[in-house]
Design a protein around this ligand. Structure first.
Ligand code: NCD
Length: 309
C-alpha cells in the first residue's frame, strides 16, 4: 500500500514505494493488450485532469488510464476553466473539491502549484508537471522502461542530455534513478546547466560525446523554449551540431545502448530522425508504459483508500 495522499514528486519516494508502483504498473500493463481494455477496479471513482499547460501524452494517458479502470474522467484545460475569468487556482481547486473527486491530476506552469492544491483539498493530487520542478509520472514511466530493457536499474549508467536547467523530467529522473541505484551523468551547454547540479549526486559533462561513452541508457531532452526569456544558444542548427544525437555519435555508445526521450521530440534538433526511429529507440515503449504507470498511480491512490481492505 502507498501510505500517502498525493504524488507530487519523486524526491521523497522511498525505494520500496517506487518498486511498489513499478510492480503494480507491470501487472496492469496487459490490460492495454486485451481485446476489451477495461477492468472494474475504479468503478465509481472520479478523476479530474486539470491541465493549465499543453500536453498530448500525459493528459491522454491519464485519461486512458482512468477509463481502462472504469473511473469517470473529466478533463479541464486552462482555456476552458474559470481562471480565465479571474478565479484563483485555490478557488478553482476548492470548487472542484466540492464535487467530490477522488483524484485531481494537475499540470501547471508554476512550480509548486500542485502542492498548493494538495494542501487545500481532500482529494489525492498527482503532479503532472509543475514548471521546471518535477514530473513524477514521467520519471516513473522512465524507470519502468529502463527496468524492462536492462533487467535492473541498479548499476545502470544513464546519460541525460539537453536543457537540464528547465527540465522537470530530469529532476524527477535524477531523484528516482538515484534512489534505485543508477549511476548518472548529465550533459548540456553551460547555459543549460543549473549551478550546483553535482550536489544531486550526478556527474556533469559539457560534451555529448563524453556523456554517451559507456552509457547504458541515453535520455535526450527537448529545449524548453516556452520557459526561456533569452535563447541559450545561437541557432538550432548549431545546437544540433554540438548536442544533437545522430547515428554517427551513437557509434561511440555501447552496442546495447537504449535511447529515450519524454516527447515531444524536435526531429533534427536534439535527436536525428534515424535515431528516434531506429532500433535502439524506446520512445514509444515509454508512451506505452506511461499508461500502465498512470493506471498504477490511480489505483494505488484511489482504489485502495484506507479502510477499503
Ligand atoms: C515533458 C513535459 O511536459 O515536461 N513532456 C511530457 O510530459 N512527455 C517534456 C517536454 O515537454 O519537453
Amino acid at each position: 500500500m502507498l501510505k500517502r495522499k498525493d504524488i507530487l514528486g519523486l524526491s521523497d519516494l522511498k525505494k520500496e514505494e517506487l518498486e511498489l508502483i513499478l510492480d503494480t504498473a507491470e501487472s496492469l500493463r496487459e490490460v492495454s493488450d486485451r481485446d476489451i481494455k477495461k477492468v472494474p477496479t475504479l468503478r465509481g471513482k472520479t478523476i479530474i485532469n486539470l491541465f493549465f499547460e499543453a500536453s498530448t501524452r500525459t493528459r491522454t494517458s491519464f485519461e486512458i488510464a482512468g477509463k481502462r479502470m472504469s473511473a469517470d474522467v473529466i478533463n479541464i484545460s486552462a482555456s476552458s476553466s474559470s481562471t480565465v475569468k479571474g478565479e484563483t487556482l485555490i478557488d478553482t481547486a476548492r470548487n472542484l473539491q466540492a464535487m467530490s473527486p477522488d483524484v485531481v491530476v494537475v499540470r501547471h506552469a508554476s512550480s509548486g502549484a500542485p502542492h498548493m492544491i494538495a494542501e487545500a483539498i481532500d482529494a489525492s493530487v498527482i503532479n503532472a508537471g509543475d514548471g521546471c520542478h518535477e514530473h513524477p509520472s514521467q520519471g516513473l514511466l522512465d524507470l519502468l522502461t529502463i527496468r524492462q530493457a536492462k533487467g535492473s536499474i541498479e548499476g545502470c549508467r544513464v546519460a541525460i542530455i539537453g536543457d537540464i536547467e528547465h527540465s522537470r523530467v530530469v529532476r524527477s529522473n535524477i531523484y528516482g534513478l538515484k534512489t534505485m541505484g543508477a549511476d548518472l551523468v548529465v550533459a548540456g551547454l553551460p547555459t543549460m546547466m543549473p549551478a550546483g547540479i553535482e550536489k544531486m549526486g550526478v556527474d556533469v559533462a559539457y560534451s555529448i560525446d563524453a556523456a554517451i561513452k559507456g552509457a547504458d541508457v541515453i535520455m535526450m531532452l527537448r529545449i524548453q523554449k516556452e520557459r526561456l526569456s533569452n535563447p541559450l544558444f545561437p541557432t538550432e542548427r548549431e545546437y544540433s551540431i554540438a548536442f544533437g544525437l545522430n547515428s554517427k555519435r551513437l557509434e561511440l555508445a555501447k552496442k546495447d545502448v537504449v535511447i529515450m526521450h519524454p516527447g515531444p521530440i524536435n526531429r533534427g534538433v536534439e535527436i536525428a530522425p534515424e535515431v528516434a526511429d531506429g532500433s535502439h529507440s524506446l520512445i514509444l515503449d515509454q508512451v506505452k508504459n506511461g499508461v500502465a504507470v498512470r493506471m498504477a498511480l490511480l489505483y494505488l491512490l484511489a482504489g485502495l483508500k484506507q479502510g477499503d481492505n
